[in-house]
Design a protein around this ligand. Structure first.
Ligand code: UD1
Length: 426
């Protein structure tokens, strides 16, 4: 199994180009089920989650060609409507095929994603919304078995009790081919939701309220869509992670090919910690605090545009280097502090109390063997490894490969000493 060895304590410098957003690319790929044409997608991140979803689409009968960061998908000949457990269990986001399959074919079976490392993460909101559109849904042998009335899904008024990113995406996609008008309230505002709405609008679906909590979709009544060429938006979490890499090593690092307004909450917190940020049209440069002292910060995770839960772990790592105590509260997911015990192995002073951590700051981190547990928790370990004295070995880095394209290469280009090694299975 692959592990990552990091020899910490090196300053970074230079520029890192940010890849396309995995969390935007996933619903985009799922949405091709609604297309009658071969869809061209640029800036596709070359990461394992994307390959997993493509494998699922391939099993459903789609053809695709992934070459570097360009993808072409032809889902017009999809002829299976069953998303099997063996793929869905490896990636929760496979649930994104539910809305498109159901609205196009009138029936489908999608394995329930089940538990995951960061808590229960149910899909009840997706199912309730589809039921409001007329779907009949049963859970049978671990599968969501769904079917529509004879003439397909019907437009409806849907209110999400809680904002859900993939929930909103699934329902917008389902509504795109439904009969009549769907009004969705309390929609998620994340840039990835905005992109999928824009793509469907450009494909001919009447959509209003894009980027707001209230989205109105007028379905085509079963008519497949003619997609335009697509470019995936930049990955705001990857961008934030590299800014933290600059921050934790007190280095000057420029992240390029980003959309600064998507990472404003992260920028604000870094500024609060006394880092110097320069914001350009499509880049952000971070430099160390003038007096060399990293300030403490308090953070509460929330929905966009507030501070993202997907940046929480990285800031826990970063605040171990602040000069006083920081408090970080996780409001979106239970059990999302699994990086904490691993950071403690490196010498971090962190206490967990329910859904918040107190990070004491001024910790001298010393390299050790640590275990990656989920995607973002792993990136916190990489950040800690960059500043820890000596050698840090991060095991189970398949979690990182799910969402960070060319991680070692990008870090090495910034001057980090990082290598991928094979180790016996841990
Ligand atoms: C997406 C992101 C993930 C990010 C998360 C929050 C993708 C592929 N993944 O996940 O990286 O961490 O948004 O920004 O885009 N909930 C329910 N019932 C549901 C659905 C959600 O109770 O049916 C709850 C969740 O448990 C959580 C909250 O709603 O507490 C928000 O989750 P949601 O926005 O749905 O997260 P995902 O879309 O799974």
């Amino acid at each position: 199994m692959d592990a990552l060895k990091i020899y910490g304590g090196k300053k970074l410098s230079g520029k890192v180009k940010i890849s396309g957003a995995k969390n935007s690319a996933l619903p985009i790929i799922a949405s091709t089920i609604l297309a009658k044409n071969r869809v061209k997608i640029e800036n596709m991140p070359n990461v394992v989650d994307i390959k997993t979803l493509l494998k699922l689409l391939g099993r459903l009968g789609a053809n695709y060609e992934l070459s570097g960061n360009s993808l072409e998908v032809d889902s017009s000949k999809v002829n299976s409507t069953v998303a099997n457990y063996d793929i869905v269990k490896t990636m929760r986001a496979s649930i994104l095929v539910l809305g498109p399959l159901l609205t196009r074919f009138g029936h489908c079976e999608v394995s329930l994603p089940g538990g995951c490392a960061i808590g229960a993460r149910p899909v009840d909101l997706h199912l309730k919304a589809l039921q409001k559109m007329g779907a009949e849904i049963t859970i049978d042998e671990g599968y969501i078995k769904a079917s529509t009335p004879k003439d397909g899904l019907q437009g409806a008024d849907i209110h999400f009790e809680k904002k859900s990113v993939t929930g909103t995406e699934n329902i917008v996609m389902a509504a795109a081919l439904a009969h009549g008008e769907t009004n969705i309230s309390n929609c998620a505002l994340e840039p990835e939701v905005v992109q999928i709405c824009e793509i469907l609008r450009d494909a001919g679906v009447e959509i209003e309220g894009i980027g707001t909590e209230q989205i109105r979709v007028v379905g085509t009544g079963g008519k497949l869509l003619q997609f335009q060429d697509i470019k995936v938006i930049p990955d705001r979490i990857e961008a934030g992670t590299y800014l933290c890499a600059g921050a934790i090593t007190k280095s000057t690092v420029k992240v390029s090919d980003v959309e600064p307004k998507h990472i404003q909450a992260t920028i604000n917190k870094l500024e609060e910690m006394n880092f110097k940020l320069e914001i350009g049209k499509d880049f952000v440069r971070i430099a160390p605090p003038e007096d060399g002292k990293i300030g403490s910060v308090d953070i509460v995770t929330a929905e966009f545009p507030k501070f993202p839960t997907d940046m929480q772990a990285q800031f826990v790592a970063l605040t171990t280097q602040a000069c006083s105590e920081s408090i970080i509260e996780e409001r979106l997911f239970e059990n999302r502090f699994m990086h904490v015990s691993e950071l403690q192995r490196l010498g971090a002073g962190i206490e967990i109390e329910k859904n918040q951590v107190k990070v004491s700051g001024s910790s001298e981190l010393i390299g050790a063997d640590v275990m990656a547990t989920d995607l973002r928790a792993s990136s916190a370990l990489v950040l800690a490894g960059l500043v820890a004295k000596g050698e840090t070995t991060i095991h189970r880095i398949y979690h990182l490969d799910r969402g960070y394209e060319s991680l070692e290469e990008k870090l090495r280009n910034l001057g980090a000493k990082v290598e991928r090694v094979k180790v016996d299975i841990l």
